[in-house]
Design a protein around this ligand. Structure first.
Ligand SMILES: [Zn+2]
Length: 487
């Protein structure tokens, strides 16, 4: 049974202004510790442990992601939903008791999907479930029809002679592998970026790909693509996996296969969105910042629940719980604009806050759904890694493995990597994430409440620890060549 739709109202006890008894008790511990000099490692760890255990029993994050997805829904950059998402975030941060709440302007592109359809017209006619990749141009009115040439991979497409491609629709049916760490996505996503450019260089008139995802259902996966400057722009769409199978099998029959598809995709003028930021000022060194990030925008097909409404909910709830203990440093939540279609918010944040990046003590984000966190890794000064070992021990009972200084930070932190901001990864299992993300099936019912609470517990524990521990984590090592590329 779906739960009834209702307007989100934080219960009174969920505001920072009226903390529950448990919070008061913990606050007393924290204040007592503060009154008798800087807290010892043992005191910090004891409070963090209680916070961790309590956070696992809380379900505030689920209410938040339900509110965002039911009351706002899809939030593609520049769309009315994007603006509604920004308003939701500012209102929610205030309702949760955050301070210095503001929406910092971010210029974003405004791409619109429009109507879309497709079909195999010969030799065995049938409809195709497809969707334009973000940034694709549209087809001519009435659609584009041509013979299809298949390629099992980008390499196979690269090897095709121009005569085999000219005037045709290229179809790349490379498969993505399902892996816990999500590495299959990194391996397959070049298909999304490169197919249209490679095909157009050989004279193709259109391009189709097998969806870069793992879901077996008839939900095609969208995601961003970019045209190279010097090649003709051809319309590109992704097929749902059963539809990609059908096209692949018809091609294997050895007869000429023809497809007709229509994409109404087009650009409107650039628009304005915002990074929405709220803080819980530090009680002793408020100028030092622990950043918790997620992205507020989403693709347009689903309601942006696992990508990345739930990330927003995790960092909001984790910062609220950790912030109720008033740690020494400032906890800053940044809900980034437009991660999906060009990382506009991430870049704008790094520019706007360049002068204080050296006071970012630790940054971490949530952008891989809300299955259980299984890995904790850092990207900090190699001489400071051991300062995270106590928190690694606190996270271990949640089933989280410590993997030392092997972290990377997520996509919205990539501009901060250049500035050597220390980062951490709390990596969720991605085994099922790519079944849903970027599809119409990315909805809030896919979230497991227990796993979500484990996420909140992990993020809250790390946030509190980093904001409270005596010494920071230095500066991370410089970014290596080629490392800055999109994952
Ligand atoms: Zn995302």
């Amino acid at each position: 049974m779906p739960e009834p739709l209702r307007r989100f109202r934080p219960p009174a006890h969920r505001s920072l202004l009226t903390p529950i008894t448990a919070v008061l008790a913990l606050l007393c511990v924290a204040i007592l510790a503060a009154c008798s000099g800087p807290p010892t490692d043992g005191e910090i760890e004891a409070v963090a442990q209680e916070l961790r255990d309590r956070a696992q029993k809380e379900h505030g994050a689920l209410e938040l992601v339900r509110s965002l997805t039911y009351e706002v829904g899809p939030r593609l950059a520049g769309s009315p939903g994007d603006a509604a998402g920004v308003a939701w975030a500012a209102r929610t941060l205030k309702e949760l008791g955050f301070e210095n709440v503001r929406a910092e302007r971010v210029a974003v592109p405004h791409w619109v999907r429009g109507e879309e359809w497709g079909a195999i017209v010969a030799p065995f006619p049938q409809p195709l479930h497809l969707t334009a990749l973000g940034g694709s141009v549209g087809t001519p009115d009435g659609g584009l029809e041509a013979e299809v040439v298949g390629a099992a991979s980008l390499d196979a497409l690269a090897a095709l002679p121009e005569e085999a491609v000219r005037g045709k629709i290229v179809f790349v049916h490379q498969r993505m592998e399902r892996k816990r760490e999500g590495a299959g996505y990194g391996a397959a996503v070049p298909v999304r970026y490169a197919t249209a450019n490679l095909a157009a260089k050989k004279g193709a008139v259109g391009a189709l790909i097998r969806s870069v995802g793992t879901g077996p259902h008839r939900f095609p996966h969208t995601g961003s693509m970019r045209y190279d400057e010097d090649v003709p722009r051809i319309p590109i769409a992704a097929l749902a996996h059963p539809d990609a199978d059908a096209l692949e099998h018809q091609l294997a029959r050895g007869q000429e296969v023809r497809v007709r598809y229509f994409l109404g995709a087009h650009y409107l003028d650039d628009s304005i969105s915002a990074n929405v930021i709220g803080e819980i000022p530090g009680s002793e060194i408020p100028e030092e910042i622990v950043l918790l990030g997620a992205h507020l925008d989403s693709w347009d097909l689903g309601t942006g629940a696992i990508d990345d409404g739930v990330g927003c909910a995790i960092v909001l709830e984790a910062a609220r719980l950790a912030g109720a203990l008033r740690p020494r440093r400032t906890l800053r939540v940044v809900l980034f604009a437009n991660e999906e279609f060009g990382l506009s918010g991430a870049r704008t944040y790094a520019e706007a806050h360049a002068g204080e990046l050296d006071r970012h003590i630790l940054a971490f984000e949530s952008d891989l759904g809300a299955d259980r966190v299984w890995r904790f890794a850092a990207r900090v000064d190699p001489n400071a890694v051991e300062r995270l070992e106590p928190v690694a021990n606190l996270l271990a009972p949640l089933g989280i493995e410590w993997q030392g200084n092997t972290g990377r930070g997520g996509p919205d932190l990539s501009p901060l990597r250049q500035a050597r901001v220390p980062m951490a990864d709390l990596t969720q299992s991605a085994s099922t994430y790519f079944d849903y993300h970027h599809t119409a099936d990315d909805t809030v019912d896919k979230i497991d409440p227990e796993a979500l609470s484990q996420n909140v517990a992990a993020y809250a524990t790390l946030a509190y620890y980093a904001a409270q521990v005596e010494e920071g984590f230095g500066r991370a090592e410089a970014v290596e060549e080629g490392e800055g590329r999109r994952r």
